[in-house]
Ligand binder design. Structure first.
Ligand code: ADP
Length: 309
């Protein structure tokens, strides 16, 4: 029964401007590492966490909660030990908790011989998201598990669709190291929207999906617009407008808030443009005196990856 695997658990960008709570995509160069092992003594244990100050108690760690949700549906559940090597900072807006939840359930499923479907794994990982944010959203765990771009067509019943990823799409992400309280980023959002804004937003979601499938980079760019959340949340992110202007002036297709922020993402066609965008964003943030990280990544079409087995 002793089985062990080391995996890469990717960071993800949720919402993608127009797709609040339904769209997301998976990154390739940013992510955590995890070692998962199965053994005969029952029970789920977080045995090690490096790189972040996160709870070791199983029921307080998203990885533990997600794995327990999976094992509840498995006859004769084995014992599971989880080691987490954190590279994605918690609260960054690039799916830190989602990487742990998705990585853990993916690895356990793999070691058990894949009894569960990707859709099942999304549902288990969502239990981890519920612990992290009080809300079982799938827009980070779905792309971490399925790879590429994903759409949550419906939450009840859960219907998650993997979309097509154009080859040349590149992501630039800046993570300003400031704390945006989840309560603040939630409280600025309104629970009602106007029909006019709804029409504009779902037109853009359709446009983005069509743009991905037809590899129409112009259409992707035109669709990366958010008239509902961005105007309210961007106020909490220093220099958001200046970053967006800098990214667009260097040829980014679009730029917006990653998840609930404070990270900002820009999508570009090709590595060269994505690197120019990174330089321009860096220049904006250098003037603020704030600490920040910048990542340039291609879209990871695979999701969680095995590093060592
Ligand atoms: P992000 O803004 O990057 O999406 P999250 O929404 O992932 O951030 O939230 C991180 C929250 O989840 C923190 O409060 C953190 O303490 C909690 N948490 C619990 N377990 C983990 C874990 N294994 N990895 C990351 N965050 C975790």
């Amino acid at each position: 029964m002793n089985k062990r695997i080391k995996i890469f658990a990717p960071a993800t960008v949720a919402n993608l401007s127009c797709g609040f709570d339904v769209l997301g995509c998976c990154l390739d160069t940013v992510g955590d590492e995890m070692v998962i092992s199965l053994h005969e003594d029952p029970g789920v244990k977080i045995t090690k966490i490096e790189g972040a100050d996160l709870p070791l108690e199983t029921h307080k760690n998203v990885a533990g909660v997600a794995v327990e949700a999976l094992l509840k549906k498995y006859d004769q559940p084995p014992g599971v030990d989880i080691e987490i090597y954190k590279k994605i900072k918690a609260g960054s807006g690039i799916g830190s908790s989602a990487a742990s939840s998705a990585g853990a359930v993916w690895a356990v499923n793999h070691l058990l011989g894949n009894p569960f479907s990707p859709q099942d794994l999304v549902a288990f990982a969502m239990e981890g998201e519920k612990l992290a944010s009080g809300n079982a959203h799938a827009d980070n765990v779905a792309p971490a598990l399925l790879g590429g771009f994903t759409l949550v067509r419906s939450y009840t019943p859960l219907d998650v669709i993997k979309l097509y990823t154009p080859e040349d799409l590149m992501m630039t992400v800046i993570h300003p190291q400031i704390e945006v309280k989840t309560s603040d980023s939630r409280s600025v959002i309104k629970t009602n929207i106007t029909l006019k804004d709804g029409i504009r937003q779902w037109g853009n979601v359709g446009g983005l999906v069509a743009g991905l499938y037809t590899e129409d980079y112009g259409l992707i760019g035109r669709s990366l617009e958010d008239v509902i959340i961005e105007p309210l949340r961007s106020i909490l992110i220093p220099e958001f407008n200046a970053v967006k202007e800098a990214a667009m002036s260097k040829g980014a297709l679009g730029c917006g808030i990653s998840g609930s922020g404070p990270s900002i993402f820009a999508l570009s066609k090709g590595t060269e443009t994505a690197n120019h965008v990174a330089t321009a964003i860096r220049e904006v943030y250098d003037t603020t005196g704030l600490a920040f990280d910048i990542h340039v990544s291609k879209i990871n079409d695979q999701g969680v990856k095995i590093i060592d087995s």
